[in-house]
Design a protein around this ligand. Sequence first.
Ligand code: KG4
Ligand code: ZN
Length: 346
Amino acid sequence: MRVLGIESSCDETGVAVYDTAAGLLAHRVYSQIELHQDYGGVVPELASRDHVRKLLPLLRETLTAAGLGVRDLDGVAYTSGPGLVGALLVGAATARALAWSLDLPAIGVHHMEGHLLAPLLEPDAPQPPFVALLVSGGHTQLIAVRGIGEYELIGDTLDDAAGEAFDKTAKMLGLPYPGGPELARLAESGTPGRFRFARPMCDRPGLDFSFSGLKTQVLLAWEKSDRSDQTRADIARGFEQAVTETLATKCRRALAETGMRALVVAGGVGANLRLRAALHTAAVNDGFNVAFPRPEFCTDNGAMIAFAGALRLAAGQRQDTSIAVRPRWPLEELLATTPAEPLTLR
Ligand code: KG4
Ligand code: ZN
């Protein structure tokens, strides 16, 4: 079954074709970073308009790369939430129109389920049960995955998401949007240990996170400092160290509490090299498996949507033809899915 996937929930337009027998056939991502850079963050109206401009050319480009025409498709999947309502509607309307005109089944995919399943696009990926750490611009969650679609939220952030903390801290330090990768780059030249910030909520039991206090600590340290370039890098390093160690501590705790032996990491912050290194070390020390998507599948992309949609369509799930999106949508509301046919994960 060949499924077209469309992602348009925020500031990336993503398109991909996933074949349940042959794996990923092609994928393309167009990032709106330059468009939003002057504003220091995503401007929803500009994001929607740019999706309108880019989606159809990207769709043609992806199909050409896969060597397919629209008539070779067997289904269409699109991100139907959570995300920016206007941006979501562009993808949903396009996907629905295409499916209706070709008489194909279509399905709205939960964006975070897409992220969560992205590590399974890689060779030798773990199968459920596993613990998933979802770390993006809007989420910091630990999820016990007992099967595809069987998700239990076991840890969540009480305030800022990890990506949001990276972005806000980067902005405070005068770095351009998008802050996360910029801050990570700057931290490379920072001196480890010069600034030591708190590891929030690690000193008490539980799997929840809180990052807003850390941001304030960084602000105070920066305001009191000599504000030199080296100090900026040292603070970035201290912040990154505090966030990644906190995430690693909670992941180890989640594995111990659930008794699960595998961890998958997903979402934009999953591209962070120091986080990946910290989790690799923990995996060796504690004896669990850890899996990451390749960096391009950590941030928003169409491949994860095509893949998650293909699993659900292959399992026989269908939706009516209405163009409905859900800007807010708890992941736990998803239905359990048992794939009807075995899927080749490539
Ligand atoms: O998953 P994603 O692309 O979009 C959302 O669904 O939110 O995640 C974007 C987030 C942003 O906050 C961005 O700053 C962060 O992921 N991010 C990073 C890195 N790359 C992206 N944070 C830290 N280090 C990185 N290398
Ligand atoms: Zn995302």
